[in-house]
Design a protein around this ligand. Sequence first.
Ligand SMILES: NC(=O)c1ccc[n+]([C@@H]2O[C@H](COP(=O)([O-])OP(=O)(O)OC[C@H]3O[C@@H](n4cnc5c(N)ncnc54)[C@H](OP(=O)(O)O)[C@@H]3O)[C@@H](O)[C@H]2O)c1
Length: 332
Amino acid sequence: MTSDVEFKAWRVEELDGNYKGTEQTLSTADLPAGEVLIKVSHSSLNYKDALSASGNKGVSRSFPHTPGIDAAGEVVESATGTPAVGSQVIVTGYDLGMNTAGGFGEYIRVPAAWCVPMPSGWGAQAAMIYGTAGLTAGLCVQKLLTMGARPEQGRVAVSGASGAVGSVAVELLAKLGFDVVAISGKADHAESLKALGATQVLGRDALAEDRKPMLKPAFANAVDTVGGLPLAELLKQIKPGGSVSCCGLVAGPQLQTTVLPFILRGVNLLGVDSVEIPLADKEAVWEKFAGDWKCEKTEASAKRIGRADLERALNAFLKGESSGKIILDHAI
Ligand SMILES: NC(=O)c1ccc[n+]([C@@H]2O[C@H](COP(=O)([O-])OP(=O)(O)OC[C@H]3O[C@@H](n4cnc5c(N)ncnc54)[C@H](OP(=O)(O)O)[C@@H]3O)[C@@H](O)[C@H]2O)c1
């Protein structure tokens, strides 16, 4: 066991119901008990981090707290021997950054069962460009493939296409040869969505409320990142035997639908969780992003920021003004 070391962290404190993050010096002795101590080089920014940093008790119950649901870096202590000291690992989800100090600090201490070995030839910066959002997009696409989705079946819709999950789903599906229809509320993102590989960009009105219980089948399969009414409308437009991977709720957590898409067209609604799933399922998707699923355009467009820029970047998420992938580089 090495002795405790001091490190920098962006830590959020509560004062009279207001939440404010600042850079602080902490000690590894301040971290929770756990099996693996990791020197974090990079983290990734997610909407959930913005919720944690703004005191959302559904995400983080007690403060002071270090957010950051994603982290990648080098193992410096390992009580279990696996992962080994000196190896690089990726940690996303489980309780990281929620009620366990997260990747906005230069060190984390977590259970060994949360650590995915870094795919060979890959690094922390690349992994954190994808982060939880990319992992979720990968899991959505993997579920469609497992259900037998193939490019020749027809167009695949992606809702919330300009978002962090949606944009990776667009690029990945296009890379795999699918004809991708991006559904987005941001007309000014149409060109960038086409650059990611979408063949067509539709406005959110493509999934606006329609009183008819079923609609003309328009898509063979879909990735839905928004939930709510748009998901209900999407289900009405899926071809017989098609599937929809569902992972998000920005348009609302309620799903008011009939059973008709399921019993008349055999449509499959596939739930996707990236947080509490078995480590092996995460590892399989990370290995793919490090190999055949590499999303060059997403990687090229990611922005790197330092801890000093976290507050501004997280506020942009809360205001819905964030776009593209942002990673935290602790060396900046
Ligand atoms: N299941 C999991 O494990 C998991 C993991 C990560 C994220 N998520 C969830 O997945 C969702 C997307 O995450 P994200 O990181 O991609 O978020 P994001 O970057 O904020 O993107 C969400 C996108 O949804 C669209 N949108 C926003 N408000 C909308 C509304 N009211 N109606 C319809 N569309 C709307 C916007 O895209 P356009 O302007 O292009 O339409 C927006 O860019 C979130 O609900 C998040 O909580 C789930």
